[in-house]
Design a protein around this ligand. Structure first.
Ligand SMILES: CC(C)(COP(=O)(O)OP(=O)(O)OC[C@H]1O[C@@H](n2cnc3c(N)ncnc32)[C@H](O)[C@@H]1OP(=O)(O)O)[C@@H](O)C(=O)NCCC(=O)NCCS
Length: 218
């Protein structure tokens, strides 16, 4: 039987999170219009788990899966700059397995906000929440081996390449796609955070596994 009583869950339904420049708020139906700029953009959707939306209705349908958060399993936050403006993206966790203190994260940003370090901030805030209030020990991310931006981002946050590409791991429309596995453990994240706060050089992670990632991504 799946143990549904999760450590930390009662105390952490889905708080608003914050990073230096961003606020991360639980997703609501009203966010769909802003999210359409992301979900309808073929370039932004290139490595996502579904094809681009062709209408606002399709975006709303897609967002339904995010709109009923069950923090024991999954939760999604939308990103906004603290200075105001529209929703610029989202982060989430899913496949949470509290009996293994493990979950997987997902992330996407509208194209006009790429390359400004926003997602690094947003994921750092999410990781603090996961490794803190949610008592998670291991965070996973599965990434298309051709997704250079996604891989760079994970590497910058000290995720380690752990294997792959796993063949036909994801179906997008009628097409099966490969995914590589990246993982980050709580002690690694805490060491990285401490070093960053003290302005020290980042500690090397034993193994240096990044070098093994797939030829397509290298
Ligand atoms: C992946 C994504 C979230 C990156 O967000 P971002 O805010 O632009 O990333 P950052 O600005 O924090 O940059 C993080 C790192 O990626 C690098 N990067 C950003 N865009 C890049 C690109 N197109 N190609 C190669 N590297 C890139 C940055 O230079 C930075 O690396 P550095 O610290 O070594 O310089 C964004 O490109 C996106 O939303 N892509 C579409 C959705 C997606 O693919 N999601 C992931 C699904 S698993």
């Amino acid at each position: 039987m799946i143990p549904l009583t999760a450590t930390g869950d009662a105390a952490s339904p889905q708080p608003v999170l914050a990073s230096p420049r961003l606020l991360l708020a639980p997703i609501e139906p009203a966010h769909c219009t802003d999210l359409h700029a992301l979900f309808s953009d073929p370039e932004a959707m290139r490595f996502m788990d579904g094809p681009p939306s062709r209408s606002l209705e399709e975006t709303a349908k897609r967002a339904e899966t995010y709109l009923f958060p069950l923090p024991i399993w999954h939760a999604t936050w939308v990103l906004r700059e603290r200075s105001g403006g529209p929703v610029i993206g989202l982060v989430n966790y899913h496949h949470r397995e509290n009996w293994n203190n493990r979950l997987e994260i997902g992330f996407a940003l509208r194209r006009s906000s790429w390359g400004k370090g926003f997602m690094r901030e947003a994921i750092a805030a999410l990781l603090d929440h996961c490794f803190g209030a949610l008592d998670i020990h291991r965070v996973e991310a599965t990434v298309n081996p051709d997704n250079q931006a996604g891989i760079r981002l994970l590497e910058a946050l000290k995720f380690r390449f752990e294997g792959g590409p796993m063949r036909a791991r994801q179906r997008v429309g009628g097409e099966f796609r490969d995914l590589s596995m990246y993982g980050l453990l709580r002690p690694e994240w805490r060491a990285f955070r401490r070093a960053a706060q003290n302005g020290l050089p980042q500690p090397p992670l034993a193994g240096g596994a990044i070098a093994h990632r797939s030829g397509a991504a290298a």
